[in-house]
Design a protein around this ligand. Sequence first.
Ligand code: SAH
Length: 347
Amino acid sequence: MLIAEKNGKRDLRSMLPEEIGEYLASIGEKNFRAGQIFKWVSAGAHSFDEMTNLSIRLRERLNEDFFLDMPTIAKKQVSAADGTVKYLWRLADGNAVESVLMKYKYGNSVCVSSQVGCRMGCVFCASTGCGLVRNLLPSEILAQVLSTELDSGEKISHIVMMGIGEPFDNFDNVMRFLSLVNQPDGLNIGMRHISLSTCGLIDMIDKMASFNLQLTLSVSLHAPDDETRNEIMPANRRCGVDALMSACSRYYEKTGRRISFEYALISGINDSDEQARLLAKRVKPLAAHVNIIPLNNIEGSPLKPGNARAFAKKLTQLGVNATVRRRLGSDIDAACGQLRRKTAERE
Ligand code: SAH
């Protein structure tokens, strides 16, 4: 795959160790330096001067051939309730994206964005209001994890791709990001510690299945019937819920990994008994888990949260493995897209 270029310089932090090795061979440098350079970029180096185990000549050469952007903190909010930290990052071109650091008993998890904005148009989501601005580079997704580690001093062991953007609408860059964090000389985060959430782009679910990764795929279902799903998630109009469930079933068969479905409960829209029954019928053959998300209120939106506990109980009674998602950081707009939106409104 092509590595992005800017002013004739390539994006070093998006390169895999073997690609750095190829570059080094082309300038007559030894291959073992690739590991050294990869370790520096994966530790969040801001400049080539930091790479003190490389000769000054090589550092200068790298500086001529590559860029090494890191985001700066545009805004940071720390939850008084649970220590969740929300970052609004300023990217090199002035755009902004968000990440959230969540602390769990099993380790620290960071929720990263995959695009600046989103073009999927889900009516309840704060990220999609102004459409898609651009895809993030693999390095820009990685840098959110690295910058979170550097600022918080916390080691990150888990990653969720549930921030701003639709990861499957930026498929190649997201796949490369996953390889980067998985590298033994990099963050070395195992696929079983990574979750990726999609609004359900069917072709991409099949494409992802062919890679047979052990990550957890979450599908934002939010409605079991086309009438409702077309209304709240316009991306559904292309294929429909039947086709989506078939793709999920193929994914489960191919990878052996159970899919997790997300269901943001909206009062009077997707919380009827009939919808609970249809949802149960759809997910049971997949042995899937359903995560009921209490809807985060978006200012100015008429949509109101449904009773998540009651709905989860209904699903459990229907034999579905359903839980209500714990809300972390609700005092700091930790739901995706909210901080970027608020900041943009003020600018
Ligand atoms: N585009 C991807 C990932 C980003 S959104 C996807 O659609 O899955 C992460 C999750 O938050 C998705 O399940 C999304 O539907 C949900 N979400 C968005 N806005 C929400 C809101 N206001 N309340 C609750 N969940 C919301």
